[in-house]
Design a protein around this ligand. Sequence first.
Ligand SMILES: Nc1ncnc2c1ncn2[C@@H]1O[C@H](COP(=O)(O)OP(=O)(O)OP(=O)(O)O)[C@@H](O)[C@H]1O
Ligand SMILES: [Mg+2]
Length: 274
Amino acid sequence: MTQDFFCGIDFGTSNSSIAAASATQKPEMIAVEDEHITIPSAIFYENKKTCPTFGRLAVQKYMNGEEGRLMRSLKRVLGTDLMQNGTILNGKTVKFENILAQYIKFLKEKAEHAVGKKIEKVVMGRPVHFRDNDKKGDIEAEKQLKDIAAKAGFKEIYLQYEPIAAAYAHEENIKGEKLACVIDIGGGTSDFSIIRLGEKLKNKKNREDDILADSGVRIGGNDFDKDLSIKTFMPELGMHTTYGKKNLFVPTSQYFDMAEWSKINMAYTYQNKK
Ligand SMILES: Nc1ncnc2c1ncn2[C@@H]1O[C@H](COP(=O)(O)OP(=O)(O)OP(=O)(O)O)[C@@H](O)[C@H]1O
Ligand SMILES: [Mg+2]
């Protein structure tokens, strides 16, 4: 099998997509779930089953009341302590890097199936900052993402800032030279960049000079969901109430964990179950 196809993966906190291209074939988005070219970044591990399901199907199974674990927003785990800890699935501790690699492998296989060739080269999107004001965490997350791609079977792995990737897509359709402000408000992060784009610039190998400014914060749609849950839903489950003769406040940490997809995994620790 020749290895001349490569792919680009936008692994998002909420949604992901993959495109494949070759030296002679323009990048094409791959249908990853039925006819959809985007798929929710969701995995469902059904109890007593070894193969997980992904995307809309994963959410659907959970909503149908199947017993198991639904995981979302796994990108948010990158660069955090949770990466070391892992989580319990069907009675066994499984590392998050293996869970994430299963998801990336699923996308890879979809692309390979679509082009009929093995794909070993990938450009993966990355947020400008995985973590806010945490350079060490950022470097750690970047390394973890590369390791995950390698685990999924990629041999050559490159990372590209997500807003820069978005700017390049926009550049395909513009005339002359322009300054673009790219604002990418995602599920986990919001990234902002100012970049010089142009018909004549797009074939330049090194575009560093054209990236005039870029910055990002770890705030996204997930934070709104979390706040909404804490304000409206968690009080229904007893948050801010008291218990016992001494009227002690019910501890709140579990509620914060339950309100955030990436931390809901903590609810399954033996300590919490106890
Ligand atoms: N109509 C809408 N109004 C407000 N928020 C929305 C709407 N549609 C989607 N969202 C939010 O946008 C987010 C998904 O955006 P997107 O798919 O771009 O994120 P992502 O690429 O997965 O995340 P990231 O790039 O941060 O890793 C979700 O948090 C979702 O709740
Ligand atoms: Mg995104």
